[in-house]
Structure formats: structure tokens, C-alpha cells
Design a binder for this molecule. Structure first.
Ligand code: ZN
Ligand code: ZN
Length: 227
């Protein structure tokens, strides 16, 4: 497992499994928040790192969405830390295996029922800040995908809203994306937030991502227009 401090309050933990898989550890005055939980093989590395950090106990796990490569270490981590797990309420029936993810053929029982709680909201679209992070609803890759914005560090933890290569924004993995058009529309969150740094689960850091947004959207519109 590769650990990297990416900003004052955030570390990324990476493992390779054909593609890179990242999770993020975020600290605040109260303790530690884990954003996404990768694959089961990452469990030991995650819990060990949190222990060594001495930044307080793990307080919660936040999920960008419920695909299996984002929830793998949840169960193992909960054996050590009994903490709540949150995802967008729209995502929960899909990851619990109650509803089939769009464009998939069968139910995915990625986490047991009643384990994941809905992120709290201030009305229909505005989600409540949690652990120094503000969630934003960014559907498309999955029906209830969210990104987490760390305002103080000006870093956006974007899950699978994008992938990236050599510092450039790339589309989320097409085979696993429920609605690419909607995912491209959700990408505009970066021009609204203007983070100085964007982190994705499957790729490397993108600096000043909003500078690339126009080009990204044009490229994707050309691509999708032909379908
Ligand atoms: Zn995904
Ligand atoms: Zn993924």
C-alpha cells in the first residue's frame, strides 16, 4: 500500500489491482474520517495507517458510491472500529442488492442491509457537512454518486466522477458507468467549487481541474453525440 500526504488534512492510500485504487484518510479536530474503502485486501493497510497516524479514532466511513471496489474494506474496518458508514440515500438500495445498478445484469450485494446510513441533508439537494467535508450529489457514474469537498484544503475527493491520466481529466470507466451523459453534466461541480486539487479513485491528482472542464465537456459531447 502506498501512502501519500496530499494536503494538510488528507492522505491518499493506494493499491494496484490492474488499475490503481485509492481511498482517503481525512483528519479534523475530532478524529479521522475514511472516504471510500477500496478492496478487501486494503483493510489491514487502512487500519494500520489510521493507528499510526495518532490523530484520534476513526469516526466514520463516507462512501462516494457503492461499487465493490469502493466498499471492500468496510466490513473488516468495522471489526476494529464500530463506526457509522454513510452514502447518499439514493445509492443505498443499489449497494444493498435491493435494486440492480443501471446497465448491470444482476443484483450486487456489496454491503449487508441496514449497515449504511443516508448522508444527512438540508433539503433536497444540499447535503450536510461531515468531518470537514461537504458532500455534493453528482449522479451519473452511479445513481447516488457523491463527491466530497474539503474546503479548508481546497481539495475535491471525486471518487469515480472522473478517472485521470497524466494530470488530465478522463471519463469515468464506461463499462461501469450507469449514465455517461449525466456523469458529464455532474462534472460541472468543479467549475462551481474550483478546487485547486482533484483526487480520483482510479488515477492521479489533477491540479486546477476547472481549467480543463470546457475541453473535457466538448470532448465528451463529441463522443456521446455519435451514439
Ligand atoms: Zn464506480
Ligand atoms: Zn471505482
Amino acid at each position: 500500500m502506498q501512502v501519500k500526504k496530499i494536503s494538510e488534512h488528507i492522505w491518499s492510500l493506494k493499491m494496484w489491482m490492474i488499475i490503481p485504487i485509492h481511498v482517503w484518510v481525512v483528519i479534523d479536530e475530532e478524529g479521522v474520517t475514511l472516504v471510500d474503502a477500496g478492496i478487501p485486501m486494503m483493510t489491514k493497510g487502512i487500519t494500520k495507517f489510521i493507528e499510526q497516524l495518532h490523530a484520534g479514532p476513526l469516526l466514520r466511513i463516507l462512501l462516494t458510491h457503492g461499487h465493490s471496489d469502493h466498499v471492500g474494506a468496510v466490513k473488516g474496518t468495522l471489526k476494529k472500529y464500530e463506526v457509522p458508514v454513510y452514502a447518499h440515500q439514493i445509492e443505498i438500495p443499489y449497494l444493498e442488492g435491493e435494486v440492480i445498478y443501471p446497465r448491470r445484469k444482476k443484483l450486487e450485494h456489496n454491503l449487508p442491509k441496514a449497515l449504511v446510513s443516508p448522508l444527512l441533508d438540508d433539503g433536497l439537494t444540499k447535503l450536510k457537512k461531515i468531518g470537514g467535508l461537504t458532500p455534493y450529489f453528482t449522479p451519473g457514474h452511479s445513481p447516488g454518486h457523491v463527491v466530497y469537498y474539503h474546503e479548508i484544503d481546497n481539495v475535491l475527493l471525486a471518487g469515480d466522477l472522473f478517472t485521470s491520466k497524466s494530470g488530465r481529466l478522463k471519463q469515468p470507466m464506461p463499462a461501469f458507468t450507469a449514465n455517461m451523459k449525466q456523469a458529464v453534466a455532474s462534472a460541472s461541480i468543479i467549475s462551481y467549487l474550483k478546487p485547486k486539487q482533484l483526487e480520483v479513485c482510479h488515477g492521479n491528482t489533477v491540479f486546477q481541474p476547472s481549467d480543463q472542464l470546457e475541453e473535457y465537456i466538448k470532448k465528451m459531447e463529441r463522443k456521446l453525440g455519435g451514439q
